[in-house]
Design a protein around this ligand. Structure first.
Ligand SMILES: Cc1cc2nc3c(=O)[nH]c(=O)nc-3n(C[C@H](O)[C@H](O)[C@H](O)COP(=O)(O)O)c2cc1C
Length: 195
């Protein structure tokens, strides 16, 4: 599949089953991520892979984070909310957290964050090219201090998202031709006013 085809074919799928990428396929997906544009080669990206039992165990981190947030905000989560949090990562065989650890540098942290987002998109396109389906999610855990710590990130670092990768039970609908109305202009110098 060529790059344009993979870009056009990528559709987000909420629930993904087996097969997920194997070790070599995941390496290719993350290598594609590491080909993202990276101003001054700062490599601000951190890819934290969650698989199998470790992915299940991370559900307990998500529950702790939820309980902590709820306590701080003065409310109590229901059993249903706790269970949803615990099993969130069961929505795909492979989940990868895309973290950004910005370096103190003349290149602003903002650009390093953009580079991490570009890395995530590269990964989604690579997963599509390899025949998998995926979805980029964030949600409150992506901004949660407990979760950041569990991933080995500092509080000033960012989680740009969780990439869920696997296989859709039912192939997603093809994307309609993108509508560029209002998105594109061709700049021209203004004609100077005649005096
Ligand atoms: C930064 C970011 C965060 C997102 N977070 C979520 C999310 O938490 N849950 C969700 O269902 N979709 C989320 N989305 C949207 C989906 O990834 C997806 O792009 C959207 O549903 C459109 O579907 P498509 O990718 O097939 O065009 C997020 C997208 C981005 C770029």
């Amino acid at each position: 599949m060529n790059a344009l085809e993979a870009i056009r074919r990528r559709r987000s799928v909420a629930r993904l089953g087996e097969p997920g990428p194997d070790e070599e396929q995941l390496r290719q997906i993350l290598a594609a991520a590491a080909c993202a544009p990276d101003h001054e080669e700062l490599r601000p990206w951190r890819f934290v892979v969650l698989l199998g039992e470790e992915k299940d165990a991370f559900g307990e981190v998500l529950v702790s984070a939820l309980l902590h947030r709820a306590e701080e905000e003065g409310w109590s989560p229901t059993e249903g909310q706790i269970s949803k949090e615990r099993t969130k990562f069961n929505r795909a065989p492979v989940v990868v957290a895309f973290g950004c650890v910005p370096k103190a540098h003349k290149i602003p942290a903002h650009e390093q964050l953009l580079s991490t987002a570009a890395a995530a998109e590269n990964a989604l396109i690579a997963a599509t090219a390899l025949g998998f389906h995926s979805i980029w999610r964030t949600g409150q855990p992506a901004y949660d201090p407990v979760v950041k710590t569990a991933l080995g990130l500092e509080q000033g670092d960012s989680i740009v998202g969780w990439l869920y990768i696997g296989t859709a039970k039912k192939a997603p609908e093809e994307r309609a031709e993108p509508n560029l109305d209002g998105l594109v202009t061709y700049w021209r110098p203004e004609v100077p006013a005649t005096v």
